[in-house]
Design a protein around this ligand. Sequence first.
Ligand SMILES: Nc1ncnc2c1ncn2[C@@H]1O[C@H](COP(=O)(O)OP(=O)(O)OP(=O)(O)O)[C@@H](O)[C@H]1O
Length: 765
Amino acid sequence: MGSSPSQIQLPDNVQIISRSSDGSSSRSKGFKEVEITSSDKGSTSQASNRPKTSKWQSHLDEVTDGQDYNEILAKHGVSLNENSNAKDYPEDELVMETFYHNSGTSYSCIYQSGQRYYLDSWETMDWQPFPNEWYEEGVLVTEQEQAPGQVAGGMGDDREGSLDHPDRGKLSTYLFEESRNVHYWYDDTSGTWIKMPLSWELRSEIVSKLLNPVEEAVPEWKDKHDMLAALRASNYDPHDTIATYMAAGEAGHIQALKNDEDAKILKEKEGKVIELTTKFKKLKRRYDKQGQELEEQKKERKNAEDLIAQLRDRVSTLEAERSSTIAQLEAFQQSSKGRRGSIKSEAGLHPDVAKALKKVVTQLHKEHVELRIEAVRNFQKMDELIKQARAGSTKLALANQGSSEEVDELRDLYRRECLQRKLLYNKLQEMRGNIRVFCRCRHDDNSLCCLDFGRDNEISTGGKKPYSFDKVFEPTSKQEEVFEEAKPIITSCIDGYNVCIIAYGQTGSGKTYTMMGPPEDPGVNVRSVKELLNICSEKTSVDFTLKASMMEIYNETVHDLLSDDLQQLEIRAKGNKITIPGLSEMFVESMEDIEHIMDLGDQNRSVASTKMNSHSSRSHLIFTITIEGRDKVSGSVTTGQLTLCDLAGSERVSKTEATGQRLIEAAAINKSLTSLGQVFTALRNGQLHIPYRNSKLTHVLQPCLGGDAKACLFVTVSPAERNLSETNSTMTFGSNARQVALGEAKRNVKKVPASSAWGLDSDSD
Ligand SMILES: Nc1ncnc2c1ncn2[C@@H]1O[C@H](COP(=O)(O)OP(=O)(O)OP(=O)(O)O)[C@@H](O)[C@H]1O
């Protein structure tokens, strides 16, 4: 797919398409030519003031011969500023622009005080005067025209192609974007575009490029017509075609769901999720109640055991007392016998003394008998109490056993329900397109809130049409609530999905607060890692390895934040895969590890910003956690990635700060955020070419924004009236991103040989 910027995306009803470079026509009924001719090929322009760039056509019936090209574009809110005088910006206005050169290179430009400059390279950071001849060699698009999510510019028109027909010769083809992509060929004789038959389409350049990866991935799929039919059904997405084939099984029956069926299934699934959620909540309540009862029973059992212990103590004491009493009695009997003998023998005792002594002995004997009776009675009572306590204890143990069985059963059921819920959630996410957009309004004690929070997750400003999001968080929302909403997406990276959380908003609107947060009330980053570590420790059947990396993108250069020398890194692409050679990765086993990594990254970021005399809010921060899970039984390996991205402030640069380095920073931020918007737009429109490489940011994020990822975007806004214009722009970006369907997210699972499942083959990684 070429990246020649010969097509600009205009509002829905407008499309401008270039001629192919070999001059083959793409004229048609319904295609009125707008003659913007290249100077080297000789001008055939119909209006002298049309830009002399490449050849352009407009897919507009409304265009009439002789009508001015700029007028048409202006009508649709787009201006191609072909020279500095073409559009008069107010004297004090600073305009950020992108120049798309016909060679395929794009440049950041600024227009200031009647002068236009371009940034030659991000390395030299020098603004050069815009060369006059360039006005004839490309297209200038202003920041407003390509404001994120509104209009995408500068994408190569890789929809144009040709085919060699045995009888008709070389034919021009074009893949039109209707409600779905439809491939046409141009019939010169009738001057019309005609839908292509399957057998012709197999000869087309575009289609053979798309079929190549399918053939490579599924060599057993021999029937090319069948393959092409599946490609058509997948809207010309080869990855989807492969996935559909795989899902359909060996028989190769392609079953693409019809749109209305999708909606029906989605509705059913939603119903099922609600039903399951209710069931799950009920079960959870039951489980909690059982848990409480179990706790109470445990307490009772503990009390009974205490009582038994006390009683045992008492028994021992009484037994000891009894033995001592018996011993005393025996001693007394012996002594009284002796005494009686001695009294008898002491015939000479005074009769009164003898009488008193006899009385004492009788009394003692009586007491002894009473004591014995009392002791026997106590023993009986104790035996009874011990019996009772034993019976109670057995009963409790049985009850305990019964309830723990019930609790185990409930726990099992609960786990199963959770799993089913997760599966359904994934399905629902896939069907919804896997991008969730949340809007968070920051808390601000110093200003009144000028935003209205409607019901159903809507937010509006000054009584205007509300913006709707998947969830709107009001200023009072807690970090925990915010995390809870993103949690299901985040945790799915454990199951092998690529997940991306992005915070977008004006400086000071709460991006860092949402992502990082203060240490005492952490944001999404720390909570996510904590949750991931918890889940990993619970899943004992899988060996997990977590690795973290942290990088910063400043002025279109990538820096490693976990290495002390802050080296600049290159991005390498291989197919859909992106690698950043040299990027440091650190193992994470505990929260302490992650705190250390974040501190290190933070320190290096401050050092970098001091070195570059910048502020951290002017760079994008990307924190990545890679989770590899090796199933101990099956040996399968899942690899998921969680990418957390705190973007640079999205506000437009103002005239006051528009000097030197600030201007370079602003141009870099403008370029990357605009590219992000363009990627979203291209994904939303289902375009074949997604311009990931337009900026370092989108290039790095490519794996998270592609068809096999799940994304979540937090747009953060300020409640203050003075920020209203930026707030509106942020919310527009968010609601546009919400229309994006990333496609079905795919798990990254690979089977490994049985030996490596047991860790014997260390090379398998
Ligand atoms: N929801 C919130 N509740 C309380 N304070 C908040 C909230 N959001 C942001 N703040 C506070 O507002 C200030 C600015 O927030 P923060 O640094 O997160 O903004 P930012 O969008 O990341 O800005 P930058 O683009 O400069 O990084 C901070 O002092 C932060 O503590």
